[in-house]
Ligand binder design. Structure first.
Ligand SMILES: *[C@@H]1O[C@H](CO)[C@@H](O)[C@H](O)[C@H]1NC(C)=O
Ligand SMILES: *[C@@H]1O[C@H](CO)[C@@H](O)[C@H](O)[C@H]1NC(C)=O
Ligand SMILES: *[C@@H]1O[C@H](CO)[C@@H](O)[C@H](O)[C@H]1NC(C)=O
Ligand SMILES: *[C@@H]1O[C@H](CO)[C@@H](O)[C@H](O)[C@H]1NC(C)=O
Ligand SMILES: [Zn+2]
Length: 235
């Protein structure tokens, strides 16, 4: 190979090294080792990985709509130092034919039924369940769309933590409504609750879940390989 032919490859290698660096740098919370609300990055990473794992729990490690959510009580350490998992959810649009069942909405619905289940561990009344969300943190592996970000503010979660940004989803070819969670939160000041917005967190591990769907050259998420139709499937 002569040098001229090699140049574009060299250029690509340098460009992707820079891009990788930029992506890592976008996790400033990890870089600074910041503890937010007394919760260290390692605990944040644990729950964001759990949100990714919800995909395999409820569907596969690489569903097309790879949006996974977990809802956690950080002050309940009865089950361990990381806090207690209350419920999980993933995008179920395709499964049940309901266009609003994004991962966050599915998880909120799931938590409501778990919290109010008379034979479950909580057995809360409806109004107690509404108040309970103020104790809880929602982890979602993709920045919420404005519908879900609004639902998160209506619920009054204590914290909302996301992985992959809407900007990255758009870069990867996803159709998105271009209103950031920051903007939805900024416009929610009339509500009686406060929610802390934390993100992006662990985007280096959430981004690959959303990279393959519109880009045949992108690798499949761990545990998956391209099938006959070129779609990533559980290996
Ligand atoms: C992703 O980044 C975090 C810190 O920002 C690091 O702890 C983690 O090991 C990284 N994950 C991978 C798969 O490299
Ligand atoms: C969260 O944990 C705290 C401390 O154990 C507890 O008082 C509170 O009721 C819990 N809330 C929910 C919804 O689990
Ligand atoms: C609801 O959350 C529970 C607890 O994490 C989980 O076992 C269950 O599969 C979830 N149900 C749905 C429909 O996602
Ligand atoms: C759930 O709470 C209701 C109202 O407090 C109570 O009547 C019922 O016995 C509880 N269910 C169980 C299984 O304890
Ligand atoms: Zn949504």
């Amino acid at each position: 190979m002569n040098f001229k032919a090699f140049l574009p490859i060299l250029f690509w290698a340098v460009a992707s090294a820079y891009e990788n660096q930029a992506r890592q740098a976008q996790d400033p919370i990890a870089a600074k080792g910041a503890s937010i609300n007394n919760i260290p990055f390692s605990t944040r990473a644990y729950w964001m990985r759990r949100a990714n794992a919800a995909l395999a729990d409820l569907a596969s490690p690489c569903p097309f709509a790879a949006f996974g959510t977990v809802i956690v009580n950080h002050t309940d350490t009865s089950g361990g130092e990381f806090g207690k998992l209350v419920c999980i959810g993933i995008n179920e649009n395709g499964k049940v034919g309901n266009p609003v069942l994004h991962g966050e909405i599915a998880a909120i619905n799931n938590c409501s039924s778990i919290l109010t289940d008379a034979s479950g561990p909580y057995n809360l009344s409806a109004s107690e369940a509404l108040d309970a969300f103020a104790d809880l943190s929602i982890y979602t592996n993709g920045e919420s769309c404005p519908m879900c970000a609004s639902a998160i503010r209506w619920a009054g979660f204590r914290e909302y933590i996301y992985g992959t940004t809407i900007d990255t989803l758009i870069e990867q070819g996803w159709g998105q409504i271009r209103i950031s969670s920051t903007e939805v939160f900024r416009q929610s000041f009339d509500l009686s609750t406060q929610s802390r917005l934390i993100g992006p967190i662990l985007a280096n591990e959430t981004d690959p879940l959303f990279a393959w769907q519109f880009n045949p050259a992108a690798p499949c998420p761990v545990g998956c390989a391209r099938g006959e139709m070129g779609v990533c499937e559980k290996a």
